[in-house]
Write a protein that binds this ligand. Structure first.
Ligand code: AHR
Length: 297
């Protein structure tokens, strides 16, 4: 009887399993692969059949994946959009196919907000503000800063910059003197910092490096060490994500602060989607996951 019950329970759960397509940005840095792994693992806990598509950082790949999910007739689609623009058409196609869209992590700019149900993510603007406020306190409001930006046109690059600038704009002696995109990668961050080292005569007079993610900061740390500089001592190092490698850099005194972006997002998003699929209803347009600042001491 026990075996019969187990089999019928399995049949039931299979019959009701929801199929969800997830279009992920790519696998840049350390944070995103951790986030992908959590989404895939956590889907199993919720009995979700997750179709995972890695866009390798290309929006055209995401558009293709979303259209493929629509053609397969999945129950819902999750998108972590590479950039904010260029989504209206494909989201309209999903709406016409009556497949609800959920945004995770990054944001979109669309004319019609009803094209997606909700976005579940951290507040990137707040992350920039936390980084800026920490730096303002640490430098006592006097600091020339080099900035390593994330992927151009992506929500975290736009919002972290805005939040950071909103805070340092309150301090007349704080300014960004050089800024460039390192595309959220370690290699990109290293190249950008090498260019800054050249253009500023070995970071002469520079008090801080603000990187939109830890991996770019880790690349910047390498570049500075190769140039004989002491990251974390000669220059204050503040970034976002709080990945294990930056935790090590904080312990070693080569980084000073990092704002944590949680990668365990499945437990926040899947219950929302499953409830919605059971009884569709209007949700707030943004469900915010908290962020925290971590420092070396
Ligand atoms: O969208 C979040 C950002 O994307 C993370 O901070 C960064 O590491 C990733 O590439």
């Amino acid at each position: 009887a026990g075996a019969a019950f187990a089999v019928s329970a399995l049949v039931c759960s299979t019959a009701f399993a929801q199929t969800i397509g997830f279009s992920q940005v790519g696998s840049e840095g350390d944070w995103r692969p951790a986030f992908s792994a959590n989404m895939q693992e956590s889907a199993k806990d919720y009995g979700i059949d997750l179709k995972f598509a890695n866009a390798q950082g290309k929006q055209e790949e995401q558009l293709r994946a979303v259209r493929a999910f629509i053609a397969q007739g999945v129950d819902a689609i999750i998108i972590a959009p590479v950039v904010v623009t260029g989504w209206d058409q494909v989201l309209q196609e999903a709406k016409e196919a009556e497949i609800p869209i959920f945004l995770v992590d990054r944001d979109v700019e669309v004319k019609d907000p009803s094209l997606y149900v909700t976005r579940i993510s951290a507040d990137f603007n707040l992350e920039g503000k936390l980084a800026g406020a920490w730096l303002a306190a640490e430098s006592k409001g006097t600091c020339k800063i080099v900035e390593l930006q994330g992927t151009t046109g992506s929500a975290p690059a736009i919002e972290r910059k805005k939040g950071f600038e909103a805070v340092i704009g309150q301090f007349p002696a704080m300014e960004i003197v050089a800024t460039q995109s390192g595309d959220f990668t370690t290699e990109g961050g290293k190249k950008v910092m090498e260019a800054f080292i050249k253009s500023t005569n070995n970071l002469d007079g520079i008090c801080a490096s603000f990187a939109h993610n830890d991996n770019m900061q880790l690349g910047a740390i390498q570049a500075m060490k190769e140039a004989g500089l002491k990251p974390g001592k000669d220059v204050l190092m503040v970034s976002v994500d709080y990945v294990p490698a930056i935790v090590e850099a904080l312990k070693a005194g080569e980084a000073n602060a990092s704002v944590e972006l949680r990668s365990a997002v499945g437990k926040f998003i899947y219950p929302v989607i499953l409830d919605y699929l059971k009884s569709p209803q209007e949700l707030p347009k943004w469900i915010v996951i908290p962020s925290d600042l971590h420092t070396a001491n």
